[in-house]
Design a protein around this ligand. Structure first.
Ligand code: VOV
Length: 248
């Protein structure tokens, strides 16, 4: 058997995509809408406080295109917390005006391909900051799930550790050339959801998503082994922008 890559796991992730039922939302009376918005604001506040206490992180974006209208990306310490969070949200009045568009369950993951030095990586504050990241509130988000191919001729899992490490080195070099422009959070989902990884990218300039993803397509690990699901791209929402979006 080939040497399995060692992984470190951090916070669990839930990407919760919702579509707004605009017909019902517009038909609701002012009082109902105001109540629903107030409840939504209470949630936003709670998520902010939780982020300040560094026990999790949440980012909210509106989705461009017809796949969904909103995404709530939550990072929490356990699947139980994520479950409680989505259930609480589902019980709100606002949730009655949404339908579930898509969701993705995964866990923040770092692999040992480029690991340096010995010792307990979890004792390293930089590693911990990557495993339990506060989600950047950049102007834009891009999310897509992906696999590494397991075909007879191109099977990622049949390559030696050294071959995989070499390709990941090249991948990392391209990624690093986008430092300051794109921040990536890779979440592992083998055994948790339908694809092997979730890729979440954050940038102030959405064009950088296109440039980075395109450049990576020419890199061997993506060119030969990458298989991709649907792409979602969105714009940052804060309390004010959410009110604006939901104004009728
Ligand atoms: C913003 C840029 C950026 C940077 C700097 C970066 C760097 C790195 C490093 C150094 C490492 C390896 C160590 C670790 O940290 O795990 C990874 C790991 C990974 N990546 Fe990456 N990646 C980026 C960006 C980035 C993108 C855009 C994609 C999607 C690929 C594409 O073609 O659309 C991606 C995917 C992944 C995946 C699925 C993994 C896990 C692979 C596995 O087999 O385990 N990644 N990645």
């Amino acid at each position: 058997m080939n040497e399995a890559t060692l992984t470190l796991e951090g916070w669990y992730a839930l990407h919760d995509f919702r579509t707004i039922d605009w017909t019902a939302w517009k038909a609701a009376d002012d009082e109902e809408r105001a109540g629903a918005l107030e409840e939504l604001h209470t949630f936003l506040k709670e998520w902010e406080l939780m982020e300040e206490s560094k026990t999790g992180s949440t980012a909210v974006y509106s989705i461009v295109g017809q796949k969904a209208d909103l995404v709530f990306m939550h990072l929490r310490e356990s699947l139980e917390e994520l479950n409680a969070l989505e259930t609480a949200f589902n019980k709100t009045t606002f949730a009655e005006y949404t339908t579930k568009a898509y969701s993705y369950v995964s866990v923040v993951e770092l692999s040992n391909y480029l690991a340096s030095g010995g010792g307990d990586p979890k004792a390293n504050p930089e590693v911990m900051a990557r495993l339990q990241p506060i989600l950047p509130k950049t102007n834009h988000i891009c999310f897509y799930p992906m696999n590494k191919k397991r075909d007879l001729t191109d099977n990622w899992y049949m390559l030696t550790m050294e071959e995989r490490r070499e390709m990941m080195r090249s991948h990392g070099l391209i990624g690093r050339s986008y430092a300051g422009k794109v921040k990536q959070i890779i979440t592992g989902s083998v055994g948790l959801d339908d694809w092997e990884w979730g890729v979440t990218l954050f940038a102030d300039d959405a064009l950088q998503f296109k440039k980075l993803v395109y450049e990576m397509r020419f890199d061997e690990v993506s060119a030969r082994f990458g298989e991709f699901g649907a792409f979602y791209v969105g714009n940052l929402l804060n309390a004010e922008r959410l009110d604006e979006m939901l104004k009728v």
